[in-house]
Design a protein around this ligand. Structure first.
Ligand code: NAP
Length: 306
């Protein structure tokens, strides 16, 4: 594939940035990848495993002369980094991010984007519960959606080039506005994470009473909750602080549904439970048919603990 950007700067070198670096390299989409991470340890690791051609000591240095700059840090840190790099962005460059929330990122970053730089917020709907530069892999984005949130007045050519990069990394691209993105993600990702955190918290409380039974007898349902609840605490704290309204809206609906199910159980209303579970099963089928998960039993795990 042809080089789309001569120089790409990745700000933050964790799971998403390192996966991007692998995927960009594999498809030959960039001439050079420059990286910056906050800690010397992460910078050294990035060099050691070779995800970047160069690593810089500051974010400002990393973006110097870069054609594409990608903010790959937790949402809560993006405003400060944008303030630092803003004056160093090259005219004609594209700035994007991979944050899990969009309106808050736009509010924090847009004021620092100079004239002549295209800011196109983005969010790859792909991830794992692992963090850091060693956790990335080129296949992460394969057949996943990469949502781009073009802002009014942005350049079509810049958007097309960024879309081509996402596709080159194996993703499918969709564009939408920030408010819609934040509501959709509150339903599909943010609230489910909160529920997983809660369920694991409840089990942890019980675990103190029943010793290690919660761990020893961990069945598939609970094990999947623990995988989700092992996600990075900083990232998820920031998600809830910055997508507050949409998450609270969906949590309100969730609580109402939970009460309805609770009532059905109390009243012995098996028909209600059966109809409800039939409806939800169809959603799972839809996800598999859309190629967004595997139909293999136990999520295609080959052995316990995978
Ligand atoms: P990660 O593996 O934890 O890596 C985060 C990186 O950001 C690290 O290199 C870290 O540097 C750096 N960093 C953290 N706070 C910073 C700050 N205040 N200023 C400068 N650098 C900072 O995170 P990730 O999973 O790649 O997530 C990055 C972004 O992608 C987040 O905005 C997240 O919402 C979004 N996202 C994540 C997923 C997912 O499933 N993980 C999926 C889609 C989108 P040090 O290592 O030096 O501390």
């Amino acid at each position: 594939m042809a080089v789309l950007y001569e120089r790409v700067a990745l700000i933050g070198l964790g799971l998403i940035a390192s996966s991007m670096a692998h995927a960009i390299r594999r498809a030959g989409l960039a001439g050079e990848i420059v990286g910056y991470a906050r800690s010397a340890e992460t910078r050294a690791t990035a060099l050691e495993i070779g995800i970047c051609d160069r690593v810089t000591e500051t974010a400002a240095e990393a973006v110097e002369d870069a054609d594409l700059v990608v903010l790959c840090i937790p949402v809560g840190g993006m405003g400060d980094v944008a303030r630092e790099i803003g004056p160093h962005l090259k005219p004609g460059a594209t700035l994007t991010d991979v944050g899990s929330v969009k309106q808050a990122v736009i509010d924090a970053v847009a004021p620092f984007v100079p004239e002549g730089v295209d800011f196109i917020p983005g969010h790859p709907l792909a991830g794992t519960e692992h963090s850091g530069p060693r956790s990335g892999f080129a296949e992460l984005f394969r057949n996943r959606w990469w949502i781009l949130v073009p802002l009014p007045g942005g350049s079509d050519a810049a958007l097309e080039r960024l879309e081509a990069l996402c596709r080159g990394m194996g993703a499918n691209v969709e564009t939408m506005d920030a408010e819609h993105h934040d509501l959709v993600l509150a339903v599909t990702s943010h609230t489910p994470h909160l529920i997983a955190y809660t369920m694991v918290g409840v089990a942890d409380d019980l675990g103190r009473v029943t010793d290690s039974e919660v761990i020893n007898f961990s069945a598939a349902g609970f094990r999947d909750f623990t995988r989700i609840a092992a996600s990075d605490p900083t990232m998820w704290r920031d998600v809830f602080l910055t997508n507050r309204e949409a998450t609270l809206e969906i949590l309100g609906r969730f609580t109402e549904e939970l009460f309805a199910l609770q009532r059905a159980i109390r009243m012995g209303d098996g028909q209600m439970l059966f109809d409800y579970f039939t409806r939800t099963r169809a959603i799972r089928r839809g996800i598999i048919e859309a190629g967004q998960d595997t139909a293999a039993p136990d999520f295609g795990r080959t052995k316990a603990g995978d």
